[in-house]
Every structure is written in structure tokens, then in C-alpha cells.
Design a protein around this ligand. Structure first.
Ligand SMILES: *[C@@H]1O[C@H](CO)[C@@H](O)[C@H](O)[C@H]1NC(C)=O
Ligand SMILES: *[C@@H]1O[C@H](CO)[C@@H](O)[C@H](O)[C@H]1NC(C)=O
Ligand SMILES: *[C@@H]1O[C@H](CO)[C@@H](O)[C@H](O)[C@H]1NC(C)=O
Ligand SMILES: *[C@@H]1O[C@H](CO)[C@@H](O)[C@H](O)[C@H]1NC(C)=O
Ligand SMILES: *[C@@H]1O[C@H](CO)[C@@H](O)[C@H](O)[C@H]1NC(C)=O
Length: 565
């Protein structure tokens, strides 16, 4: 313990600098600090064992500018000739109020209220590096100060929760090598507005920073010029991570595990240096290239380090290779880059221009070939398919309606056995203009006089079913289909539908048995008939309606015979 009696004679001197390194100082007697000379501005007290205590409040009254208390608690071999300290409370290890206070302050419950932390009001540099300081940094409120430079590197500050208040003059903060894996969104409070340099390298911030989607961690650091995030196991950063760093000049992201540049940097107009050395970036996306180019245009000295990244030089990444060749952005050690080709060989980018030329020729010659091949194969396929569909259009429609009918439970279907019995003797297909013939002559002669039950769409179709299903089902449930052929028939869409469906029925359901029976009621010259009807007329039976008394008798006899045979 440093006592008043030991230093009180210094008070009237004009000493400016005191070195007290490598002692075992733990505490300072209350009031002793006030005897320090007024001229003092530099104290180096490295390699001691200072702990928290009430003497810290005395610090407020001295005019110290630099305080170096780094390397505290380093391991020493046991003193072979220990100092006899008969009067020293620390040596006696008696319980006393001071040490209670010490532990009380240091390990008190983690209330959120910011604790006051005394700072000599003239202090500009505090070096608290390498102190084995194992602590989760909670909320602190520093006393009035003009601190510009704080070094807390190489401690064990594993969690930065904060917020830390009243650091309005702070320009340089070193928190590197602290094994920190947790930094809160509010650790850097709005009082960090002056901060220009932030050293965070060699921590484990890759565990938290990727999840800072809104760029909150650095949101108050408007004046930041340099940030070092090297060696942090960071795989990616969100788009908005650097959204507030409009004045930033240097970003060091080397020795992480980045695979791409996803974070926005296009807005960082002052950026001079971006270090991505030793990551896993195999190529840059189009948007990353665009952003880098836009900085490069504003800033002639903008430099990016992409070395040790296993770039890929394949047809897929040709835009990236082209960028490497043509960009005005400076690339450090471009000649030292290696690039992996599609056959997995590694080439140096020393002759990158040549490499790009060969690569682009290779890729160019393949692209049109592949496109042409794909296009021709697919057009052939399309032609074949549409040809097949056209060729079998009626069969397909017939099959579709048959499936529809079969799935319809209400329709009673009679199986197509040899001794088949159909619901109707004949389905009559006619154009609406010819309905008189169908409804009068046909109905009277066939149904009333000869008992052949007819299916007429006006009379027999089930309401509610769609017309195509009704037709298909009627044809399927009738023994024959009578076509009342006329010019009107040829013009009617639904008549042609019925005709074709009946054709399909005879081919696919009745084993080519002739289902169709044509009655010509108009005189139609054969050249007026469509080809597929003409074909049928020539190969199968048809009859012309004579419309005279004698002819009529023969006509109806013939029809009745055909329909009952
Ligand atoms: C320092 O100087 C002042 C005034 O000159 C005097 O009163 C005081 O006793 C001195 N202190 C010491 C420790 O000599
Ligand atoms: C703090 O002290 C360490 C070692 O004692 C030294 O390496 C470091 O440069 C110092 N930091 C500052 C900011 O002076
Ligand atoms: C980080 O600290 C915050 C605030 O104390 C806590 O809620 C969170 O669980 C911590 N996260 C991790 C990964 O330790
Ligand atoms: C960042 O930290 C790394 C690792 O300590 C160091 O090599 C590098 O020079 C630093 N970069 C800057 C810009 O300070
Ligand atoms: C290239 O790599 C060699 C050894 O790997 C190194 O000595 C040299 O400094 C590097 N050059 C550049 C420009 O980075």
C-alpha cells in the first residue's frame, strides 16, 4: 500500500514524470494521492496489482495526463526475500472495510444503473492493457474527463454490455484481444460521437455481429475513421452494418471467414482501404462490384486487399475476372493472387489479362452452342407434341369426357358386352334448324311406330350437366347415332362435336363396329363435304331422305331395319 508518509515530501517538487513499475502495489492510502506534485503529468505504474478502492476518488484532484497501469497481475515467481511489512494491512490480510469496499464494488449485482467511475479530469491517455482484467463490462458513467485514448486490449473483457457514458472526447479505443463474444446494441452510447479509431481485432465478434441486422452496434460512431475487425471469425455482416460510418477511411476485415461482400459500402465515400485478406471470398457479386467501382470513381486511392482468398476463375465468375482485369480500384499484391480454374488447378493471376482472354473465349464458344442446342431440342419437342395433340385431338377429348362420365356416379353405364342393352336405341344428332324433321318425322316413325327409343338433346339431356358431357354420355348409352346431315349440320360446332365423338365411340368402345348412321336431308355435293365426312360416306352406309310418298316408305323401312338389326 502506498502511504501518505512515503510520498508527502514530493508535494513541493516540480516532478513531471513518475515511474513505479514492477512493484506489488495494490492500494493507495486515502488522501495520499493529493500529495503528488502539481506538475505531475505522466505516471507509469505497470506490473502492479492495483484494485478498485476509495483512493480512486482522490484521482479526481490530480492533474495527471497519462496513466499507464498495463501489465497488472502478471505472474511472478515467489519472492525469495519477502519484504517484512509489519504495519501493512494488506500484508496482514486482516478483514478491513477497504477490501470489503473493493469486492463490494467490483462484484456487486448487475444492476442496470450506470456506476460512476472516477477519472482524473486532465487524463488523456489511460493504458489498462494486459491486466488479466476478467469482467463483463456493464453500464458505467465516467466522471468529467477529457480522455482521448484508452487502451483496454489483452484483457478478458468477454462481454461488452454497457452503455458507457461520458466519453465525449474519446478518439481512440482499443478493445482488441479480449475474447469478447458479446457486444450489445447500446454499448457504444451516443457519447462515443468523437471516436475515430476502434480496434476490435482478435475477439470472437463473429458470434454476434452478423445478427446486427439494423446496424445498431456502430450507429453512434459517426466520426469513425478506422475500424479493425480482423481475426474475429466473422462470416458475414448485414447490409446496414456500416450505415452510420460516412467518414470511415479504413476497414480491416482480414483473417475472418467472409464468403462474399453482402454489406453495403457504396455509401462510404471516404473509404481508402478495405482489407479482406485471408477470407474465403471466391468471387464478388455484381452488386459488390458496382459498389466498389462507385467508391473507386470518387476516390482514386481506394485500395482493396483480396489476397489469400482462393478466387474462382470459371465461366460463372467471368464478370469477377473481368473486373480484376479492368477495374480502376487498386488491388494490393494483385500479382500474388491465385485463382482456381474449373478443372481445380490453381493459377497465379500474374498474367491475368491473358487468363481472362482464354477464359472468355472458352466461355463464349460454349454459351451460343448450349443456347442453340437447348433451343432446337425444345422446339423439336414442341412441334412433335403439338402434332401429336392435334392428331389425337378427338381421341383426347373423347377420353377426357369418358373419364368425366365414369367418375360421375349418377350416370348408369351399361357395360359393353355382347348382349348389350342400351338406354336408347339411337342418339339423334341434328342442327337446330333441322329440328322439325327430327322432332316430327323421325320421332313419329321410329319411336311411336317402331318402338325405337330416341335420345334427342332437347328432350333427354340432363339439366345441370355440361353439354359436352351430356353428348358423350348420350352417344355412349345409345346403340346408334343418327346424323341428320345438312348444310346447317356442317356449320354447327356442337354438331361436329357430336359427329366426332360418335366416331371415337365406334373406334374405341365398340371395336370399330359402325355406330354412325347418316341421313342426308339436303342435297350436298361431295366436294362440299369435309374430307373426314366424305371418307365415312364412301366407306359406310348412308341414306338420302327422298321426301316423296313412295320413297318415304322405303326410306323408313330401311332405317328401321338398320336400327333394329
Ligand atoms: C510545501 O510548501 C509549503 C509552502 O511553501 C509549506 O507550507 C509546506 O509545509 C511544504 N510541504 C512540505 C511537505 O514540505
Ligand atoms: C499500453 O501498454 C502496452 C504495454 O504496456 C503497449 O504495448 C501499448 O502500446 C500501450 N498503449 C498505448 C495506447 O500507449
Ligand atoms: C449478450 O448479452 C446480452 C445482454 O446482457 C444477453 O441478453 C445475451 O444473452 C448475451 N448473449 C450471449 C450470446 O451471451
Ligand atoms: C488490424 O489488426 C491486425 C491484427 O492485429 C493487424 O495486423 C492490422 O495491421 C490491423 N489493421 C489496422 C488497419 O490497424
Ligand atoms: C507476394 O508473395 C511473396 C511471398 O509469398 C511476398 O514475399 C511478397 O511480398 C508478396 N508481394 C506482394 C506485393 O504482396
Amino acid at each position: 500500500m502506498l502511504r501518505t508518509s512515503q510520498i508527502k515530501y514530493l508535494t513541493n517538487t516540480s516532478i513531471q514524470e513518475i515511474h513505479g513499475d514492477s512493484n506489488r502495489l495494490q492500494q493507495i492510502e486515502i488522501g495520499a494521492v493529493l500529495f503528488m506534485p502539481k506538475t505531475l503529468d505522466y505516471v507509469s505504474a505497470r506490473d502492479n496489482q492495483f484494485s478498485y478502492g476509495p483512493y480512486l476518488w482522490d484521482m479526481l484532484h490530480i492533474s495527471l495526463k497519462t496513466f499507464d497501469v498495463s501489465h497488472m497481475f502478471t505472474f511472478h515467481r515467489e519472492d525469495e526475500q519477502p519484504q517484512k511489512c509489519s504495519y501493512d494491512i494488506i500484508c496482514k490480510k486482516e478483514p478491513d472495510t477497504e477490501s470489503e469496499m473493493k469486492y463490494g464494488m467490483e462484484y456487486s449485482d448487475q444492476t442496470f444503473q450506470a456506476r460512476p467511475l472516477p477519472m482524473p479530469h486532465q487524463l488523456t491517455l489511460l493504458n489498462y492493457s494486459s491486466c488479466h482484467f476478467d469482467y463483463s463490462v456493464l453500464a458505467f458513467n465516467l466522471t468529467k474527463n477529457i480522455l482521448r485514448n484508452v487502451d483496454l486490449s489483452r484483457n478478458l473483457l468477454t462481454s461488452w454490455i454497457g452503455p458507457i457514458y461520458n466519453v465525449k472526447s474519446l478518439k481512440h479505443l482499443d478493445l482488441s484481444s479480449n475474447f469478447c463474444s458479446n457486444v450489445s446494441h447500446y454499448f457504444f452510447s451516443e457519447d462515443f460521437g468523437s471516436l475515430e479509431e476502434l480496434h476490435l481485432q482478435n475477439n470472437i465478434l463473429g458470434l454476434v455481429l452478423p445478427y446486427d441486422y439494423k446496424g445498431k452496434v456502430l450507429q453512434n460512431l459517426h466520426n469513425l475513421k478506422t475500424i479493425n475487425l480482423s481475426q474475429n471469425k466473422i462470416q458475414r455482416l448485414s447490409k446496414d452494418f456500416f450505415k452510420s460510418q460516412l467518414k470511415i477511411e479504413r476497414i480491416d476485415l482480414s483473417e475472418n471467414t467472409f464468403e462474399s461482400i453482402d454489406f453495403d459500402i457504396g455509401h462510404l465515400k471516404s473509404l481508402k482501404y478495405l482489407n479482406l485478406k485471408n477470407n474465403r471470398i471466391s468471387y464478388l457479386s455484381a452488386s459488390a462490384i458496382l459498389q466498389l467501382n462507385s467508391i473507386g470513381i470518387l476516390n482514386k486511392i481506394f485500395t482493396i486487399d483480396l489476397s489469400q482468398n482462393n478466387s474462382l476463375c470459371t465461366c460463372e465468375t467471368i464478370n469477377f475476372v473481368q473486373w480484376l482485369v479492368t477495374t480502376t480500384v487498386r488491388l494490393t499484391g494483385k500479382k500474388n493472387y491465385t485463382c482456381q480454374l474449373s478443372d481445380l488447378t490453381l493459377v497465379s493471376l500474374e498474367n491475368i489479362d491473358k487468363l481472362y482472354d482464354t477464359l472468355s473465349k472458352d466461355c463464349m464458344s460454349k454459351i451460343p452452342l448450349i443456347v442453340a442446342l437447348v433451343a432446337s431440342v425444345s422446339s423439336v419437342l414442341i412441334i412433335i407434341c403439338s402434332g401429336l395433340i392435334y392428331r389425337y385431338r378427338w381421341k383426347l377429348r373423347y377420353a377426357y369426357y369418358m373419364i368425366k362420365i365414369r367418375s360421375h356416379k349418377k350416370m348408369v353405364l351399361v357395360e359393353n358386352d355382347d348382349d348389350k342393352s342400351y338406354m336408347y336405341g339411337a342418339f339423334v344428332s341434328y342442327a337446330d334448324e333441322d329440328s322439325t324433321f327430327a322432332h316430327k318425322q323421325l320421332l313419329t316413325k321410329l319411336e311411336k311406330e317402331n318402338g325405337i327409343i330416341l335420345c334427342l338433346h332437347k328432350r333427354n339431356f340432363l339439366p345441370g350437366n355440361d353439354i359436352a358431357t351430356n353428348i358423350t354420355s348420350a352417344i355412349h348409352n345409345s346403340r346408334r347415332t343418327i346424323i341428320i346431315m345438312s348444310r346447317n349440320f356442317l356449320k354447327s360446332y356442337w354438331c361436329m362435336f357430336e359427329y366426332n365423338m360418335a366416331r371415337m365411340e365406334s373406334i374405341y368402345e365398340r371395336g370399330h363396329e359402325n355406330v354412325l348412321f347418316l341421313i342426308f336431308i339436303d342435297k350436298i355435293a361431295s366436294k362440299e363435304l369435309p374430307l373426314h365426312i366424305l371418307e365415312l360416306v364412301q366407306s359406310q352406309s348412308y341414306i338420302e331422305y327422298p321426301n316423296d310418298e313412295y320413297g318415304d316408305t322405303v326410306f323408313w323401312d330401311q332405317i328401321t331395319q338398320v336400327l333394329t338389326s
